[in-house]
Design a protein around this ligand. Sequence first.
Ligand SMILES: N[C@@H](CCC(=O)N[C@@H](CS)C(=O)NCC(=O)O)C(=O)O
Length: 261
Amino acid sequence: MARTAEKSTRKKSPRKERPASRVNKRTRAGGKKPIDLYYWPTPNGWKVTIMLEECALPYSMIAVDISKGDQFKPQFLAISPNNRMPAIVDHDGPGGKPISIFESGAILQYLGRKTGKFYPKDERGRVEVDQWLFWQMANLGPKAGEANHFRNYAPQRLPNAIERFGNEMNRIYGVMNRRLEDREFLAGRYSIADIACIGWASRAERHGHDLSAFANVRRWLKTVLARPAVKRGLAVKVEAAFHVDMKDPKVLAVLFNQRAR
Ligand SMILES: N[C@@H](CCC(=O)N[C@@H](CS)C(=O)NCC(=O)O)C(=O)O
């Protein structure tokens, strides 16, 4: 099982999760530095914690407090120029040299290639996975984000936006439900395409999306949530995230008033 530790991009952040020193001991003993994971506990972050746990790769978690603007710090932007987490640095990248990666889909593909797990090597199998991974990246994730925004955080209630993204979520879960009609997982076998969807689907009801009409999605969700690595991935917490007040104007300004800098 992989160990996690919270580092922080802020200098004096409290470290309530497992301390980095435990990871460093392991590093000295194992000879390899753990992967640095830049993370905040959200569905996009969980894609990577789940994959790291599934692959039993050691990693060191570095909290990116997106409610306070850590995502705009130069040292983070050097790794993730789109000012979004997750991102990773693999110190044991190609040629034994470090590599940094942003965009959760690219991270999943990289880790799949690196470990040979949850990402088929044959072209047909890989195309199956890629289609559903990109489907998640372009549909389930962004549309759920907008649906959540207009339902829960927008300063004005905009019925048309709420309806538009609510309908999209219904359409998207309908697509997923049909796909899962005659197969256990999105690309046949459990893969990074499933891993990309878990965090979103696990929060669907909480975000106000009704899954009752989508029996195949619910069956799939039950199966994936029963996996021990999925449980561990979803349980990677950051203490500071519990104290974010989504009504605080400063937090709303950081998250929802972004323009080119
Ligand atoms: N397409 C990106 C999306 C990542 C993303 O939207 N991350 C959010 C949290 S779930 C974030 O970092 N937000 C910071 C911000 O909005 O400034 C990926 O999949 O990696």
